[in-house]
Design a protein around this ligand. Structure first.
Ligand code: HEM
Length: 149
């Protein structure tokens, strides 16, 4: 077991743990006045924490794919279970990255200001989407590991 899988796993814990915590916070902190006190402070810290986590996931994941000789197989017409599952995982990661960028653009634009209804909907929708997509990525990561072992 190499160093990159260890770093990748710590980043995955941080990334998913952060999103689960924010989900719980969103569900439990319903009071609008309290939200206005808490979110402007927590938002940017959480944002940078999550950006660092996902960058580490992308970098270490890419390194492992190259080191394991999987890069060329990903773009070939190999239909083995491990490559198919890895492709599924990476498509979901792409969706997560897109949803994260959208979520961040709104967050940066509107921290400390009132949001429009549309901004609110897109922001909440994207974070809920990221939350559920994370569970699928985790599932596929576990399937890949169990095939490789
Ligand atoms: C939201 C993003 C991601 C999460 C939550 C995540 C999660 C994980 C987890 C939990 C494992 C360990 C599986 C196990 O040991 O059971 C893993 C392994 C791995 N991940 Fe990711 N990952 C993410 C993104 C990526 C990306 C972007 C890549 C590639 C560009 C990638 C490539 C890999 C590879 C090659 C392994 C090693 C396979 C193995 O030996 O099990 N991951 N990932």
């Amino acid at each position: 077991m190499g160093i990159f899988i260890h770093i990748h796993l710590i980043a995955a814990i941080a990334w998913i743990g952060g999103s689960v915590f924010m989900f719980v916070l969103g569900v439990s902190l319903r009071d609008k006045a309290k939200q206005k006190q808490v979110y402007p402070h927590i938002g940017p810290i959480f944002g940078y924490f999550e950006v660092v986590s996902i960058l580490i996931l992308l970098i270490t994941g890419t390194i492992m794919i190259i080191n394991d000789g999987l890069f060329d197989l990903l773009f070939s017409n190999d239909h083995s279970l491990v490559i198919e599952t890895l492709r599924k995982k990476l498509w979901i990661v792409l969706a997560i990255v897109v949803a994260t960028v959208i979520h961040f653009i709104i967050a940066f634009k509107t921290n400390n200001t009132e949001r429009t209804k549309l901004q609110n909907m897109v922001s909440r929708g994207s974070s809920l989407l990221i939350f559920f997509l994370n569970l699928f990525v985790l599932h596929y990561a576990i399937v890949i590991r169990s095939i490789m072992n």
